[in-house]
Design a protein around this ligand. Structure first.
Ligand SMILES: Cc1cc2nc3c(=O)[nH]c(=O)nc-3n(C[C@H](O)[C@H](O)[C@H](O)COP(=O)(O)OP(=O)(O)OC[C@H]3O[C@@H](n4cnc5c(N)ncnc54)[C@H](O)[C@@H]3O)c2cc1C
Length: 457
């Protein structure tokens, strides 16, 4: 690789050439430009390229290659923590590219790489259509689908990565390429679940589904009843059809003025449900859980645009750390271990949850990508807020204590999107898939110009 010695001049040229902006450490908006959704991730790249077009992405990749720098793509920074040291990297931020086009006849959304899920769900809902969106309105479509994508329709429709029909990308050679089942099939396979290590994605085309609403909501119980409630949820799971995706969870709401007064500063054991059934069918299904007498019951017919409120994720960027693992089904001892460890962690954790897998989430489609299903029954995730740096080790220890308590039920695997700490490729993908992903990486990016939060080698 030829290195240009006067990197300042080359970056000046790049800045002039972009439709978007190149922000550098001396610029007034440097701190805003480098901030991730996870506010406590202190990103210090060589420069931030706020790209506005495919041409911009190619220009940044070419400049990085000439300067001996690397490139990391980021839409929102929801999973910024594992990226690590960014010195020597141009951070490509796609936030200016949030366009969404819906083709209602083909039921396809064409989405720019910086789009949030809210952009897609709102546009699709105008046509009575729905995508396999993340739980939160501001999660980036790109990172989410590249990593797999576990939506509220996970057990009925499988992973969101399986709905990708094509991607437009810029590879390490600066070339814009169309990637689908017939063009660059190895790259198409890798980008569906293998993460963002292979190319900078500029557009994604996704299948949509004719779903206008679901029956969804939360059953809240006092925290003291966590063991009883989550054991009942565990016993209830085998009776649940694939049209239902549920979460068992312990939540400690901080005492914030914007939260409803009945939630602020209070702790609960909750069961969240999203059902593609009639209200009467849901009422029948929920009998054993409602028999426990929830303090609050919000289950109601929910338009798809409202579904992003169900999981009660933070409305915007926060300082916090989280991490998750894939689990086998928990028996009585497993639930007791989860409850005991989460209660012991107390308010250091905002939330510890168990997402129900199985159904379509466990069935690998024949034409699936690198990660197309989960060989697990539950997905655990624990998260805490870290308003000051001293909170980081405390919250990390709390998360690890819950993971440690569940070790006997751990499958040995992790889900890329819920891994907010570095992981080995073998743990994320399994040995065979990790080896195939490394081969794709070697073919499309032999010098490692493109970096991701979960590199495959
Ligand atoms: C509050 C919250 C709620 C969540 N809910 C869900 C959920 O319901 N289901 C679920 O499955 N996950 C969920 N997640 C996890 C989420 O899917 C991951 O954090 C995902 O990485 C977010 O994608 P992003 O683009 O917003 O993040 P970013 O941090 O911007 O990107 C993460 C990685 O994706 C890759 N990437 C992003 N853009 C590009 C691009 N243009 N080209 C190439 N690579 C790119 C890069 O490797 C990057 O490091 C949630 C996370 C949070 C914090």
């Amino acid at each position: 690789m030829t290195l240009i010695t006067d990197s300042g001049d080359r970056l000046d040229d790049l800045a002039l050439d972009l439709d978007g902006r190149l922000v550098r450490p001396d610029d007034a908006d440097w701190d805003v430009a480098r901030t991730a959704w996870h506010l406590d991730v202190d990103q210090r790249p060589a420069a931030v390229a706020q790209v506005a077009s495919v041409r911009d992405v190619s220009a940044v990749v070419d400049a990085a290659r000439e300067l001996g720098l690397t490139v990391a793509a980021q839409s929102t920074g929801h999973n910024a923590a594992p990226l690590g040291d960014l010195a020597g990297t141009i951070l490509v931020r796609t936030g200016a590219m949030r366009g969404v086009e819906i083709d209602p006849d083909r039921r396809i959304a064409r989405v720019e790489a910086g789009a949030w899920w809210a952009d897609v769900t709102t546009a699709a809902a105008e046509h009575g259509l729905a995508a396999l969106a993340g739980s939160s309105h501001d999660v980036g479509v790109a990172g989410y689908v590249l990593g797999g994508g576990a939506s509220w329709l996970l057990r009925s429709h499988g992973l969101a990565a399986n709905t990708v029909v094509a991607l437009d990308v810029v590879t390490a050679d600066g070339r814009a390429r169309r990637v689908d089942a017939d063009h660059e099939p190895d790259l198409f396979w890798a980008l569906r679940g293998g993460g963002g290590d292979f190319a900078v994605v500029t557009h994604i085309e996704l299948r949509l589904f004719p779903i206008a609403s679901v029956v969804a909501g939360v059953l809240f119980f006092p925290l003291e009843r966590a063991e009883e409630v989550l054991q009942a949820w565990r016993r209830w799971l085998p009776s649940v059809p694939d049209e239902v995706t549920s979460v068992g969870r312990i939540l400690n709401f901080p005492p914030l003025p914007d939260l409803p007064p009945q939630l602020a500063g209070n702790s609960f054991a909750v069961v969240e449900v999203c059902c593609q059934l009639t209200e009467a069918e849901v009422d029948a299904l929920l009998v054993p859980l409602r028999a426990l007498g929830p303090a609050i019951d919000t289950v109601h017919v929910t338009p798809m645009t409202e579904l992003s409120l169900l999981h009660m994720d933070p409305p915007g960027p926060v300082p916090g750390i989280g991490d998750g693992r894939l689990l086998h089904a928990l028996d009585e001892d497993g639930i007791s271990a989860f409850v005991a460890a989460t209660l012991a962690a107390g308010s250091e954790l905002l939330s510890a949850e168990l997402r129900q897998l199985g159904g379509a989430a466990g069935r690998r489609p024949a034409d699936g990508g690198a990660v197309a299903s989960f060989d697990a029954d539950l997905l655990m995730f624990a998260v805490g807020i870290t308003p000051v740096p001293e909170a980081v080790p405390v919250v990390r220890a709390a998360i690890m204590s819950v993971q440690e308590a569940l070790r006997p039920w751990w499958t040995g695997g992790s889900y890329l999107n819920f891994a907010e700490e570095p992981r080995t490729p073998d743990e994320l993908f399994g040995e065979e898939t990790a080896a195939r992903l490394r081969a794709v990486k070697a073919a499309v990016d032999p010098t490692g110009l493109i970096r991701s939060n979960h590199p495959v080698r």
